[in-house]
Design a binder for this molecule. Sequence first.
Ligand SMILES: *Cc1c(COP(=O)(O)O)cnc(C)c1O
Length: 358
Amino acid sequence: MVGDSVRFRDDLHLLPGYQAGKRPQPDGASGEVYSLASNEIPYGPLPGVLDAMTNRAAHSHRYPDPASVELVAALAARHDVSVDQIALGTGSVAICQQVVAAACHVGDEVVFAWRSFEAYPIVTRLVGAVPVQVPNAPDHSHDLAAMRRAITERTKVVFLCTPNNPTGPLIPQAELVGFLNDVPSNVLVVVDEAYHEFAVASGPAPDGVALTGEHSNVLALRTFSKAYGLAGLRVGYGVASEQIVAALRRTALPFGVNSVAAAAGVASLKQQAEMERRVAEVVAERERVLAVARERVEVPQSAANFYWLPLGERAAEFAERCEEVGVTVRAFPGEGVRVSVGEPIANERVLRVLADFG
Ligand SMILES: *Cc1c(COP(=O)(O)O)cnc(C)c1O
């Protein structure tokens, strides 16, 4: 029949929509184009991982093991927890969605810092919950005191992002523990540690996974996308109490994590030393780059594989200049630019743009 159009939710327009980092478009004219827009590590999969993927890919006509038993067991062993304390997801961003879906009714509140990871407002709105965005402190770190004050009877979930994407600072362990001791134990606190491996290589770093042992309301998130170099495969995980993990499994899509990604995860975990070597290389390069960048602009300390240039109104213009020299970066117009630490030649191009930038 012809007539009325289909009916969507009337709050659909509130979903912000994820602004992905730009994919580089080699145009031949400017030579190779580098992506410093999505916080990927500039290396391929770890040694042995491609073979594991290829072997598993030969069985692609079969559904994956719905529980990804092998990967879950490897992660449980790695973190010294039970297999019922590990939740897998198609990237840890999926687990962000699952946790809000599991905890929130329409109108419930989700507290997080802002600016922080762009997925938080999306997954919050998706279920009709209300994002409560707490501005970062002047040094671009989480304002934990203000976040604590923002927690009300309606708060079901708090997201903490450490190190914070896109600004870089981490939450020191003592402050994290103080916050957790202060938050009502019926509020679920997600400690998003997507960049944990870089934080550990940068100095003293909090350990959300360890804190799940003492706090039954804490969910620590880790991912294979960043330090392990598997962003294209979509696999991440959470560590928490069995109660939280059971809730996450209820809100997961069946067969979400595919068999090739699971095999890659297992193989990657066997390459801890090489992963750490690569991460150390990125962290050393970050410090070199930051030292130069700071001659031009105040850059907050980063414990991750990216840094934040607080360029305000000139953020979009800076990103355009970078693109002209064959590097994509992530601009947040009116606020700043997030630049991933990548190949030295790409990092150099950004520094050159910064040096010439009025
Ligand atoms: C990259 C990132 C993630 C997760 O990415 P996935 O690829 O979905 O695992 C989660 N949180 C933050 C803050 C990130 O930057």
